[in-house]
Design a protein around this ligand. Sequence first.
Ligand SMILES: [Fe+2]
Length: 277
Amino acid sequence: MELLKNTVEIGLEKPVKLLHVTDTHLALADDSDNERKHELAKRRNNPDIERYLAEQIDYAKTSCDLLVHTGDLMDFVSHANVERAREILKNEGIFFIAGNHDYSQYVGEAWEDNAYRMNSYMQMGFGLGVPMFFSSREVGGVNIVGIDNSYYRFASWQIWRLKKEAEKGLPIVLAFHDPLFEESLYEYHKERIPEDCTYLVGCDEEHLLSYSEFRAVQQRPDEPTLEMIDYIKSEPLIKLILTGHLHFSFESNITDSLPQFVTGGAYDGIAREVTLV
Ligand SMILES: [Fe+2]
């Protein structure tokens, strides 16, 4: 396991330690799964995935107050993956919010929107046994709030719910799968993979210009998404954003006082310990 470490000052009397883990991409199939799922599992599974996951869970248990998982626990929806993910999420030391792959039937084979998400959610038997679309948990006087933005958008009900969380008056750490647009992150991604889009939430038209039409339509922010981003930037209780999805690690600031950490893939052994003080 490769452990990144950060300390973020948010004015706590006693430090709180989070282990941020994202993009595990479990890729299992069993007798209840069809041939296509088996083919995906064969192509995408890797024995290191479970080994790293065990190390991460063990480290969080011994050294941190909470493991925060920002999605893509599963690579695709299969009987075996759902069973395994449900077992993992029974661990009360894990806080989870969903990513795009947690609803993916065959990995990038369809237009993924709310109807697609709900179809997978129902098929799983109402999700993975924990809230997938919005969730919050208090730990050591910090409110960890997870929001599913896995299709590059926020919904208006999520803004309402986040404002309700802010009414609690506690410092907030936001956890979601897709990072918010930020210039240096956008540039870094473009340098790494010039021909690709950047998979960031809230790209304006200028920054969408280099995208393919499909990616621009997929990732263009709608009104609630822009409203949510404005709210996140303006709410002083929001102290930190934890995200994944990009499979590389990056740290930058969304505003002068709001850092956003992108953490690399857990399947690759990456985890980030964040000490809040
Ligand atoms: Fe993802």
